[in-house]
Design a protein around this ligand. Structure first.
Ligand code: SF4
Length: 312
């Protein structure tokens, strides 16, 4: 990555280098669940997760996969009218849970879409990523140019896992990344800044763990309060403090300085539909925060990985 052109190795820049264009994610919802909702690990989900399992909710609206694909592809085609246009993205809930049949059936259908969508991405929890799940995804490698698995890390501190009601562990994240890496799958870690109970250096610790397990990608996410979540009640009761956009910008810029330069940053900031969004407010919007983070690094005269020889 040439940091004289831009301070962050973003997914958009990486795709342009490798595919000559940006590809747009087409989000697919299999209508599954999560062990942290059905009682296997916990009930009611993580404090910040809404009823759609952080996804589109398309399955609850009875939209078939074909319908979801066609609608998503139509949006992707506005950017790339011809040729490769999309990334297939199974986002909602834990897509390798409770068993692999729904995903295996869906993947059979996906193969015929791989010419248009050369990248397949599956989101899941580390504790739901068995050797069988890893084998199923590895079996897709002959059909897709890249297969990515997105693992929720969210915090490197198991005590915070308890506070947020997530019931997974850092050790599980390590094992899942190892299992995926052994099979040639690319690993993306999902990290959250500003969780209740997280220490001041919490995000830096997450970045260190992501580097330790050799993830190929990372996503950064601010803690957002959505309607119909446990977090919404905590926020309304005044029990949590959220990062402002300025604090978030500084935190992400600090973390990026310790992120190895080859790791692709898939997201610098998240957004949620206006109808489900409660806080933090004011929030300047995704593009603006993304730009502020890059501007902050430029102002400092640094870039992704610039401080790697030091210790955070
Ligand atoms: S692990 Fe994911 S799907 Fe499950 S409750 Fe937490 S955020 Fe929601």
């Amino acid at each position: 990555m040439d940091f004289t052109q831009a301070p962050v190795h973003t997914l958009g820049r990486s795709l342009k280098q490798r595919y000559g264009r940006r590809l747009r994610r087409v989000m697919l919802d299999l209508g599954l669940t999560c062990p942290n909702r059905d009682g296997a690990s916990g009930y009611g989900g993580c404090i910040y997760c809404d009823l759609s399992g952080s996804g589109t909710g398309a399955a609850k609206r009875s939209e078939s996969l074909e319908q979801q694909w066609q609608e998503g592809l139509a949006r992707a085609r506005k950017v790339n009218p011809e040729g490769q246009a999309a990334i297939i993205y199974f986002q909602s809930y834990s897509n390798t849970y409770p068993d692999l049949r729904p995903l295996a059936n869906a993947l059979e259908q996906m193969k015929s879409w791989s010419e248009v969508a050369p990248i397949l991405t599956i989101g899941t929890r580390p504790d739901c990523f068995s050797a069988e799940a890893a084998d199923l995804l590895a079996a897709q490698l002959p059909y897709f140019k890249e297969v990515w698995v997105e693992f929720g890390l969210e915090t490197a501190d198991d005590a915070v896992q308890k506070i947020i009601g997530r019931h997974d562990t850092l050790a599980n994240f390590h094992s899942a990344c190892e299992r995926a890496g052994e099979r040639g799958l690319q690993r993306i870690a999902h990290c959250i800044a500003g969780l209740p109970g997280e220490k001041e250096n919490g995000l830096l610790r997450q970045v260190q763990e992501v580097a330790k397990v050799n993830c190929e990608g990372i996503k950064f996410h601010q803690l957002m309060v959505l309607h119909k979540t446990k977090l919404a009640k905590m926020w309304l009761d005044g029990k949590i403090t959220l990062l402002s956009a300025e604090e978030y910008t500084t935190k992400i810029a600090d973390a990026l300085e310790y992120l190895p330069p080859h790791i692709i940053v898939h997201r610098l900031v998240a957004e949620a539909p206006a109808e489900s969004y409660l806080a933090p407010k004011p929030w300047p919007g995704r593009q603006k925060v993304h730009s502020n983070i890059e501007q902050e690094l430029l102002r400092r005269g640094t870039h992704q990985g610039a401080r790697l020889s030091c210790c955070p």
